[in-house]
Design a protein around this ligand. Structure first.
Ligand code: HSE
Length: 298
């Protein structure tokens, strides 16, 4: 049997929620075709346009994620995997997690759904370990479950999908440079100042409450990241100009998407989202960098 799946891109961290918040975006994602084979082997076809991505199953995020699932199941079912990558690796919009999540969702269907969607997040996360050296589920959870997700805990994994307000929109600009998540994580200090931590968890609480009550003003007051953004923004061209321009254009807030280089802004309503997209375009037009802008419902 064979199955085709679409694995959406995602924005993780969402400002204040480093490693614990993320949401799926539409408009960009990977397409994957999985077929069962009789060879007891996971075989990955060369990935068009990304010939430098590993096709060896033990080094490829999709292969690692499916293997984690098969090991848990005690199965040696083989699969042929074809990946059509639309999300560039090192983009900050969940490229590796899309491949890992798409693979386990597709394999689970072909195997007769032995696992729930929540359980699949754990296997997809194993793929992320292969890509970044660290287990984080803030892209994997929304990619597998859809919508806005909270990773309440990692050990054991506890993932919660929440509703988001009906007029909440997201604008993402993806400058076409590559930032490796592993390197962007190594940049971070292991210590957090208590005063900053207090502001940060106040914001996380405010953001979740704002999403719950569709209180756009509260969402806007709560998005700011006091811990990670400052340490990483040096990797992103025009970050300060971009942030200033989108806030002036009416964004509720703006920060790095995942580990960058993509930057996201949230908006109340599609019209404001379009104004923000235009403001991002104005800032980046002045550079000689290629970039793409996506407007998506959260
Ligand atoms: N939370 C992770 C990080 C996401 O910021 O390193 C990586 O895409």
């Amino acid at each position: 049997d064979s199955i085709k799946v679409f694995a959406p891109g995602s924005v993780s961290n969402v400002g204040c929620g480093f490693d614990i918040l993320g949401f799926a975006i539409d408009g960009i994602g990977d397409e994957m075709i999985l077929s069962e084979n009789d060879l007891n082997k996971i075989s990955i076809k060369p990935i068009e346009g990304y010939e430098n991505l590993p096709t060896e199953a033990s080094k490829n995020v999709a292969g690692v994620a499916i293997q984690a699932m098969l090991d848990d199941l005690g199965s040696n079912q083989g699969f042929d995997i074809e990946i059509h990558k639309n999300i560039k690796p090192g983009s900050g919009i969940g490229s590796s997690s899309a491949s890992a999540a798409g693979a386990v969702v597709a394999a689970n269907e072909l195997l007769g759904k032995p696992y729930s969607r929540e359980q699949l997040v754990d296997f997809a996360m194993q793929g992320e370990v292969a890509a970044s050296g660290d287990a984080h589920a803030d892209n994997a959870a929304p990619t597998v479950l859809g919508g806005f997700c909270i990773v309440r805990a990692y050990d054991p994994l506890d993932v919660i999908q929440i509703e988001s307000p009906k007029d909440l929109w997201c604008v993402v600009i993806h400058p076409q440079i590559e930032i490796k998540t592993k390197e962007a994580r190594e940049l971070l200090s292991a210590q957090v100042d208590l005063k900053k931590a207090i502001r940060q968890w106040g914001n996380v609480a405010g953001l979740i409450s704002g999403l719950h009550q569709s209180d756009y003003n509260l969402i806007g007051r709560s998005l700011e990241d006091h811990i990670v953004e400052k340490q990483r923004k040096i990797l992103i061209p025009e970050f300060d100009n971009l942030k200033q321009a989108v806030l002036e254009a009416g964004a509720l807030g703006c920060s790095i998407s995942g580990s960058g280089p993509s930057v996201f802004a949230l908006a109340n309503g599609r019209e404001t989202a379009d104004v923000i997209a235009a403001a991002m375009d104005t800032v980046f037009k002045r550079t000689d960098l290629d970039y793409k802008i996506y407007v998506s419902k959260v």
